[in-house]
Structures are given as C-alpha cells and as structure tokens.
Design a protein. Structure first.
Length: 499
C-alpha cells in the first residue's frame, strides 16, 4: 500500500489505505494500528500505523543526525530557498491536500480550499522570507578602563523540536510550527492528532520532493498518554516542545518537560468574548460573528462562544444571528454548497450535546438549534450537530464559563462600556476577543482593556503572520508569529569582544 494517497483516488470500496510513520526519509509501519474515521459518515478511511517508543526514539535520533549533516551546514538563504520549494510543492498538490484535509476533518471543501491549504503554503513563504532579513542586536560598550567592547547576538537552532498539533486546523497549525522551526535550522518530530493524521504524512512526501534532507522532518502517529505524544515529550534528546490543543493536555506536557526544563510554547483553549455596541454596523457585526461563532463548526480556538450586546440592539442582533445560523447548510463536505460540516468525532459530539443539555438544565432560552440533524442518508452516521444560540444564562453558568468547542454561543445584554469589559474579562481563559463599534476611540480604548492575546475590532480571524499570537491564563504560554516564532525556535547567543 502507499504511504499516503489522495482520498478519492482509491476506487475499490474494500480498499482502505495505510497512513504510515515517516522516519529519516522512509515510511515505516508498526504492527499496532488505529482507524482514521471520516466525521461526515463515520466510515473508516484509513488504518494508521501507531509509533511505539522505539520508533519515536528512531525519529529523534534521525532528527539529531540530520543536524550534523547537510541540513546543519546550509546557510540561511539556502534553507529559505528550500522552504519556498516546499510552499510550491504544496500548491502543486493543492487538490490532494484539500481532499486529505476534508476527509480527515469533515470541514467543507470551500473552507479547506480558502483557508487551510493556502495558509499552509503561506506559512512556509512568510518564515522563509523573514529569516533572511531578521535583525539581531549589537552594542558598542564602554568598559571601566576607558576601552570598548563589541557585543553582538547570533542565532542558533535549538536542535530537535517536538511538534504536537490538534485536529481542528491540522495542516494550518502544523505548518505554522514546522515552517519557522525549519527556517531557524532545527529538525522536527511531528505528532499530529490521532483524529487527523493524513496531511502531516502527505507533507512528508512534499518534503522529499522539495529537497529537505532525510531526518529533518519526521512524523510519528499515535495518541497522548502511554503513546507517541508522551514518548515525544519525555524524550531526553528533544530540545523544545510546541503544542496547540486543550489546556489540560498543555498542563500535562508542562509537567512532563519540567525535569529537563525544556522551552515550551503552548496555544491552548479559549472561551472567547465578543462585545457588540449599539453603534456598530449591524450587518458587519452579524456577518463577522456568524463566522466567529460557526466557522469550522465552532471548532476553532478563536471562536466566540460568549457574545455581549448593548441592550438597545440586543433583540435585533439575536434575531439577525438566529436567521444566519438557520441558513447554514450542512451536508457532504465535498459539496460546494455545504458550509457547515460535522464535529470531529462521536466522542466530541457527545461532549457538545452534553453541553446543549446542560444549558437547558441551567435555565437557558434556546433561540435556535440544540439538537442534531436528520438527513435520511449516510450522513446520519456522521457527527453533525445543529448550530445553536442560547440566551438567559447566568454568568456563573458552566455553559458560560467552560469551553464547548462547537457551533454555539450564548448572547447576553449589557448596559455600559465598563460592564461589557468586566463581563468579557471574567474568564480563566484569554485567547481572543472581538469588538464591534463605529466609534474609533471606543474601539481602541476597549481593545486595550481586553485580557486576551489578540483583539479584533470590526473583524475576526484577520491575521498578519508577523504579529504576536498566543494567549494568557489557561489559553497558553508564549507567543508565536513573526520574530516571536524565530526567537522561540532559536537560541540567541551573545558574543562579547573586547576591542
């Protein structure tokens, strides 16, 4: 069987492809396997080879060996050129990446084509260009004896970086980490989510085509505890860990790396707030928050689950967002008309539906949704839920405080700017926020009061990849993006020369 093929290129109904580990330029199988399930209809689309502890060690040793070989000898410009070649190769296999991403996640093809795959290529180009021009500090220092010294910084790779990625934006977030890590001269061992293994493996083929030396990019498949994730984070020869996912998993990883004091970068969960002022452009706010609440079936760490609306606009806004939620079209992900996909798994659907039930028990008014779809075809075996809007909950309700990670929001009124800020900031999380107002001064003022890593004003999910990205509180540690990524994936060494 092939290491990876595009979903849809296999014609036999009885053929299930294999997704293998990728170690030192070779696709490697292990005896233990697990199923890769299509969330749209519950069908098994692949058997995934699970890496044992010895294979994870092989991956780490291959990565370390590559740093002593061709990759470690390449200059910055040559590394950047090869990353551009990776971006070009992703675009050459654009349809294959789209199909793999859609099959694994169930997200609509229109979304994967517009967001995930273009961003994957862009991530490599941005960091390839940035590393070529990244400045470092230098100082001429006057010494006590009246002489001078020259201090200047040099950038060195960390070494072997363990990269653990989530299932909601698997290709986008994988390349968001791999690209700057490689730009800085590191080698990587990637552990993608067990729910979405395909595109990380497909990227291995692209790495080969683009001339990335063997051992620089490695993929190990498996789960977290007592599996590839734990084996990677606890490996003594891994020099740093970067992780995007649940806050609880981040805490477990932090505990695992504490004895070796590895640097970590965590982008974790969120219970993000949006503040809608009565002077907003209502159409703009409704359009933006339709995306912010329901994009990727609400399975984006930046999605808004708490929406606060100034009281004079409250009823009109709720009605308008209800209309937009009910106009979303669930269906087969490869259908261009579909704009609402399934949740990632049966287990995650159970979690989201349990919150739907909890909201009722906590006294919510169901504006729309709160259940599942019935299609009358194979989609009934998938993991779809209705886009859902609640009102009427107390701020202390679990459904207001806990991350649900589904197509759902609670809308509550507020009466003053100070109250809105207090409500938005009343959370253990602090990843993102959005503010909707035509008052420019208010937009600036309120944005600067948000306890969040990123705040949008009159927009959502608009990203400049050079800017800092990360969260506060339970939403993470550290910042990535632009120079922040380069500085995380590098050791900055100072050299002092007395003149």
């Amino acid at each position: 069987m092939l290491a990876m093929v595009c979903p849809g290129s296999v014609e036999s109904d009885n053929f299930v492809k294999s997704i293998l580990n990728y170690i030192d330029g070779r696709f490697v199988r292990r005896t233990q396997e697990f199923a890769d399930v299509n969330p749209a209809d519950g069908s098994v689309i692949a058997q995934v080879s699970s890496a044992d502890k010895s294979l994870v060690d092989d991956a780490v040793q291959a990565a370390r060996k590559s740093l002593q070989g061709e990759w470690g000898r390449l200059g910055t410009r040559e590394r950047a050129a090869r990353l551009h070649a990776v971006a070009n190769a992703i675009e050459e296999r654009f349809d294959c990446f789209v199909e793999a991403e859609v099959a694994d996640t169930g997200k609509p093809v229109a979304l994967a084509s517009r967001l995930d795959v273009p961003r994957a290529a862009a991530n490599f180009r941005v960091f390839a260009d940035l590393v070529k021009t990244a400045a470092l500090e230098s100082f001429q220092t006057e010494t006590p004896d009246g002489k001078n010294a020259l201090n200047y910084a040099v950038r060195k790779p960390l070494g072997v970086v363990g990269i653990i990625t989530p299932w909601n934006l698997p290709l986008l977030l994988l390349t968001w980490k791999v690209a700057p890590a490689l730009a800085c001269g590191n080698a990587v061992v990637v552990k993608p989510s067990e729910e979405t293994p395909a595109t990380a493996t497909l990227l291995a083929e692209v790495m080969q085509e683009a001339g990335i030396p063997n051992g620089v990019y490695n993929v190990v498949h498996g789960f977290g505890p007592n599996s590839a994730g734990q084996f990677l984070t606890e490996h003594p020869e891994v020099n740093a860990i970067t992780f995007t996912g649940e806050s609880r998993t981040g805490a477990a990883i932090m505990q695992a790396v504490a004895p070796s004091v590895k640097p970590v970068s965590f982008e974790l969960g969120g219970k993000n707030a949006a503040i809608v002022f009565a002077d907003c452009d209502l159409e703009q706010a409704v359009n933006g928050l339709t995306e912010a609440v329901f994009l990727n079936t609400g399975q984006v760490c930046l999605c808004a689950e708490r929406v606060y609306v100034e009281r004079p606009l409250f009823d009109r806004f709720v009605t308008a967002l209800k209309r937009r939620a009910e106009a979303l079209v669930p269906g087969w992900p490869m259908d261009e008309s579909t704009n609402l996909g399934p949740l990632i798994s049966a287990q995650h659907r159970e979690k989201v539906l349990s919150y739907y039930q909890l909201a009722r028990e906590e006294g919510a008014t169901v504006v729309t949704g709160g259940g599942i779809f019935e299609f009358g075809n194979a989609l009934d075996n998938g993991f779809y839920v209705q886009p859902t809007i609640y009102t009427g909950l107390q701020e202390s309700a679990r459904c207001v405080k806990e991350e649900i990670f589904g197509p759902v929001c609670h809308i509550a009124p507020f009466d003053s700017e100070e109250e809105a800020v207090a409500l938005a900031n009343d959370s253990k999380y602090g990843l993102a926020a959005s503010i909707w107002t035509t008052n420019l001064s208010r937009g600036h003022r309120v944005a600067q009061k948000m306890n969040a890593g990123i705040t949008w004003v009159n927009c959502w999910f608009l990203r400049d990849l050079r800017t800092p990205f990360g969260g506060v509180g339970l939403s993470g540690i550290g910042r990535e993006g632009g120079m922040h990524s380069l500085n995380f994936y590098s050791e900055l060494n100072n050299i002092c020369i007395q003149l």
